[in-house]
Design a protein. Structure first.
Length: 73
């Protein structure tokens, strides 16, 4: 199991944070996910390919708000 934190640049409302949180938790391989709106961070615990997962999460973020980008750290 791997644990990583990502920045959600452009995350500007709590509602978007909740939507991303709920959708990421449904992604296969994700064991735990938490979006912290004040810090604009997503913390994940997952199994599998981290690069493929990052692409999936970036797509989820863009589907919620096209201005959100996902970056490591």
């Amino acid at each position: 199991m791997t644990r990583k934190t990502y920045r959600l640049d452009g995350l500007c409302c709590p509602n978007c944070a909740v939507q991303i949180d709920e959708k990421v938790k449904q992604v296969p391989g994700v064991r735990q996910a938490s979006v912290d709106f004040p810090s604009t961070r997503l913390t994940l615990e997952y199994e599998g390919d981290g690069n493929a997962l990052l692409e999936t999460i970036a797509g989820i973020a863009r589907s919620v708000d096209e201005d959100i980008t996902v970056k490591a750290g």
